[in-house]
Design a protein around this ligand. Structure first.
Ligand SMILES: [Zn+2]
Length: 110
């Protein structure tokens, strides 16, 4: 008997610390992949969908709160739009640049 999709998926999850690491194939960015029917899909998206009982619409992305791309623990994932995800990644850099500029301006006024 063939294993169900859920069983095949669960076999590839390995809890480590607080995270659930993906033991299947990964892409260059570290995201896990899972063969879902004929498609190869991101493993963390499938984990999230299974946990929530929903299907994610294309523009929605999942942000890893734990910053491990191969973690598939649903409680470590949060739905965000693409632009939110980009902003979150950029924000620390943007703030650092802003603070540097402010420091320079302060000296420039002397
Ligand atoms: Zn995690």
């Amino acid at each position: 008997m063939a294993l169900s999709r859920e069983r095949r998926f669960q076999y590839k999850i390995w809890p480590r610390g607080d995270c659930w690491e993906w033991r299947g194939s990964r892409d260059a960015n570290g995201y896990g992949f899972f063969r879902d029917g004929r498609e190869m899909r991101r493993a963390h998206r499938i984990a999230y969908e299974m946990a929530k009982g929903i299907l994610l619409a294309w523009p929605m992305q999942l942000d890893h709160l734990c910053r491990h791309p191969w973690c598939v623990r649903p409680s470590h994932l949060e739905q965000v739009t693409h632009s939110q995800n980009v902003k979150r990644g950029e924000l620390p850099r943007v703030m650092a640049a802003h603070n540097r500029r402010r420091a320079l301006n302060g000296r420039g006024q002397l």
